[in-house]
Design a protein around this ligand. Structure first.
Ligand SMILES: Cc1cc2nc3c(=O)[nH]c(=O)nc-3n(C[C@H](O)[C@H](O)[C@H](O)COP(=O)(O)O)c2cc1C
Ligand SMILES: Nc1ncnc2c1ncn2[C@@H]1O[C@H](COP(=O)(O)OP(=O)(O)O)[C@@H](O)[C@H]1O
Length: 316
């Protein structure tokens, strides 16, 4: 998969000017089932037209530039993870457009000129609610009206489950509530957080439950605090585990607001400090608690472990 970074005003000499594209466009945070339907449509169209498939996405999130947000934005899929998922979906090219205030000010006509026509896009696919150009004035009807027959347009209708529209907002809410099973239904896969294994307080091994402390990559959305059944990808292999997300109130004073993510990996005994891992979240088992002593905590972690083993046994 080719990754092409564009910043307006761009020079297109980095592009293969002979290629034509069937493009899916959107922010696609989460690359959930609704997004996958849009991307799949663009890939099918590319095959039909015998041209290359492409996805156009934006970085950072438009709300940072448009809303002047000071607080951080947390992504369901930070950019690198989004690119990995797009690669797995079989996309040929990704245009990552830097979302700047100059870019945001482009009129719908100019957006189409510089980001559709100049790129030799022959077909545009997006969801029914995609908007573009200054103040989001352009929508998919505008996209059609301004085409002059130079490119085709497919609008993908909203994808719903029994409840309502599949959306990134709903997924964020589920993650905030620790409802990983509902999040996974909308994502079409378990929610995953990439990170690296860092040093902790070295207490885990002394209580019989070593835990890999995970530093999540910058900007990742972290689910509600609590204890979870998880899977962890270490050196290309998935292991089952139990994870605590929280502040370890049994040991730390409540003012220490350093959130930790720690995974005790089942049937595992290796030093993995510094490894890049992925944590896949399956089920929230309970809330984090303050225990009276180490023995009570150990007994509870043993129960958590049994519960996770049972959960994964019934999953596969
Ligand atoms: C499955 C699991 C559940 C845990 N639950 C709690 C909890 O409810 N309360 C708490 O204070 N710490 C909890 N912990 C965190 C332990 O206190 C922590 O793993 C231990 O202090 C080791 O920390 P270290 O890796 O920094 O050495 C849990 C850890 C695991 C693996
Ligand atoms: N089953 C296991 N689960 C998690 N980490 C393990 C396991 N076995 C060995 N380890 C190693 O031990 C480390 C965790 O030990 P721990 O005493 O909790 O130290 P720390 O506080 O630095 O995380 C992990 O980072 C990993 O390198």
């Amino acid at each position: 998969m080719n990754i092409i970074h564009l910043k307006y005003p761009h020079q297109l000499n980095q592009l293969d000017q002979t290629a034509a594209y069937s493009l899916a466009v959107g922010f696609f945070d989460g690359v959930h089932k609704g997004h996958q339907a849009v991307i799949k449509t663009a890939i099918d169209k590319a095959q039909e037209l015998k041209i290359e498939s492409a996805v156009m996405t934006f970085d950072p999130h438009p709300s940072i530039v448009l809303g002047g947000r000071k607080e951080k934005v947390f992504y369901i899929t930070p950019l690198q993870q989004k690119l990995d998922i797009l690669n797995d979906l079989g996309v040929d090219n990704v245009f990552v457009v830097q979302f700047t205030s100059d870019f945001a000010k482009l009129s719908p006509e100019d957006f189409i000129q510089y980001f559709i026509r100049d790129l030799n896009v022959k077909h545009v696919t997006a969801g029914f609610d995609f908007s573009f150009g200054n103040f989001g004035k352009g929508n998919m009807e505008t996209m059609k009206e301004l085409s002059n027959g130079d490119y085709g347009v497919t609008i993908v209708d909203k994808l719903s489950d029994d409840a309502e529209k599949i959306s990134s907002t709903r997924i964020r809410q589920y993650l905030q509530d620790g409802d990983m099973e509902s999040a996974a239904k909308l994502l079409g896969r378990a929610f995953e957080v990439p990170g690296i294994v860092v040093h902790g307080d070295k207490r885990g091994r002394t209580i019989g439950f070593p835990t890999a402390n995970i530093q999540a990559i910058e900007g990742s959305f972290i689910p509600a605090t609590g204890v979870y059944a998880v899977r962890i990808l270490v050196q290309n292999k998935w292991y089952d585990g139990v994870c605590n997300v929280g502040y370890k109130p049994t040991f730390k004073n409540p003012d220490d607001r350093q959130l930790s993510i720690e995974v005790h990996i089942l049937d595992f005994n290796k030093n993995i400090y510094g490894e890049e891992v992925q944590v896949g979240w399956y089920k929230r088992l309970r809330s984090e608690q303050k225990f009276d002593g180490i023995d009570a905590l150990k007994a509870q972690i043993e129960k958590d472990k049994e519960e996770a083993i049972l959960y994964f046994k019934h999953l596969s």
